[in-house]
Design a protein around this ligand. Structure first.
Ligand code: IMP
Length: 428
């Protein structure tokens, strides 16, 4: 399977980093197609831990080409800082990294706007990562954005920056606007930061098409998760990009037929950071236990994650939205100590029982989970290297999930280590 998409099937933080890291070893090209440095993908390399926010997860591998597609929003400062932290010689990353000219830039004004918008929303705040993601995508849609390719002509770039900053100056407090909306300064600083990347700007669609024709393995690395999609997610408590598999096409320059396989990553339970509906959230000691055992704190913001049981209604929606071919289940070992394991199989809204996602946000906000409880296994699953080695109750749990979703579980992650990954079916 030469072109494989890995998508977060829940609200992000499903452990995609580990999966993509494992698969990057088999890939020729690794591609980010949406989001920005709001993502946090943990990768282990030569015994060191790296958390990538903007760089594709194959960057440490010499024979992998890494692409940042046009659907991504790039903070130039963060890009430069992240490249500095991985301590690769410039000659190495220059060989391995290419960027789309269509990728939009996150400027200081976008961070200021993100903070201001959140403050203004008061108790209806989104709980954003404050990385300027929403305002940068808003500029893209309003046609007041600034793109990577604009840096190729400094005069054109300055004119684009001016249009962008002119549209924001009045929206910010005066002192903040003075700080972040100075056209000359922003132009000068961004051009200086992005100068080393000018000859790395490519049409990612052409590069991907060529790679595909050569039969190369292409790995599309999703950031965030399905329920944070700007269209299909729990709007308005979403991010501002298309996190679903369709985002690959709009974010890289290839068409739907150029995708061969789509796998969704889901924890064996559920988590969410930020605000918004989360029907199977546990507000009790069980939720606290999941957070403690699962180490559920944000990779980007360190915020404690909200925790709950697996939600089949939500995952069914994810399977359909992404045309999932299979599921990768992560953090199975976190459930090892539980007496019984809950699975939300339907919602109750008033007198109605829903097995599919409610259309009304008001219904969704008031939906109560209907749980099925399955026996826990009370055994350590870490160390099992095949499905057969897992305790019978763990296998039964996974089989039930497959039946509820009508999807095969193709991989199971049962520990933090890269090797603690059971592969039932090859991903590529
Ligand atoms: P933004 O993407 O910073 O605008 O944040 C919008 C929503 O998406 C907030 O609820 C964030 O917590 C959430 N979010 C953004 N990036 C991630 C991620 O990588 N993992 C999980 N949640 C995320």
């Amino acid at each position: 399977m030469p072109s494989l998409v890995i998508i977060g099937a829940q609200w992000g933080d499903e452990g995609k980093g580990k999966i993509v890291d494992a698969l990057a070893g088999q890939a020729d090209v690794v591609v980010r197609f949406q989001g920005g440095d709001n993502a946090g993908h943990t990768v282990f390399h030569d015994g060191r831990k790296f958390v990538f926010h903007i760089l594709p997860s194959g960057i440490l591998r010499p024979r992998v080409m890494n692409l940042i597609g046009g659907g991504v929003v790039v903070n130039p400062q963060k890009l430069v800082e992240e490249l500095a932290t991985i301590r690769l010689p410039e000659s190495a990353w220059r060989k391995r990294l290419r960027l789309s000219g269509e990728a939009h830039l996150i400027l200081a004004c976008h961070l200021a706007l993100d903070q201001a918008a959140e403050a203004q929303r008061g108790n209806r705040k989104i709980g954003t990562t404050q990385r300027g993601i929403g305002p940068a995508y808003a500029d893209r849609a309003a046609r007041t954005g600034v793109r990577m390719g604009d840096t190729l002509d400094p005069d054109y770039f300055r004119a684009q920056v001016k249009t962008c900053l002119d549209s924001h100056r009045a929206l910010l407090p005066k002192d903040r606007a003075r700080e972040v909306c100075n056209v000359d300064r922003v132009t000068r600083e961004a051009l200086a930061l992005l100068r080393p990347f000018r000859d790395l700007i490519v049409d990612t669609g052409i590069l991907l098409d060529t790679a595909r024709r050569k039969g190369q393995h292409i790995l599309y690395e999703g950031a965030q998760g399905t329920m944070l999609d700007i269209g299909a997610g729990t709007y308005p408590y979403v991010t501002s990009s298309h996190t679903i598999a369709g985002g690959v096409c709009v974010g890289t320059g290839i068409g739907p037929h150029a995708i061969d396989r789509i796998l969704g990553v889901s924890k064996a339970y559920a988590t969410r950071v930020g605000e918004g509906p989360f029907t199977s959230e546990l507000h009790d000691a069980t939720g606290e236990t999941l957070r403690r055992i699962g180490g559920e704190y944000g990779a980007t913001t360190k915020r404690p994650r909200r925790c709950g049981w697996l939600d089949i209604v939500q995952l069914r929606r994810a399977a359909r939205l992404n045309s999932l071919d299979g599921l990768i289940l992560t953090k199975l070992d976190v459930l090892d100590g539980f007496e019984q394991i809950g699975v939300c199989t339907a919602y109750r809204c008033g007198k109605k029982r829903w097995t599919e996602w409610p259309a009304s946000p008001v219904d969704l906000a008031s939906a109560e989970p209907i749980y099925t409880f399955l026996p826990g296994w009370k055994q350590v699953t870490t160390g099992a290297t095949s499905f057969q080695e897992l305790p019978a109750a763990a296998r039964a749990y996974i089989n039930k999930i497959e039946r509820w979703l009508d999807l095969p579980v193709v991989m199971i992650s049962n520990g933090q280590d890269r090797k603690q990954l059971i592969t039932r079916r090859r991903a590529f």
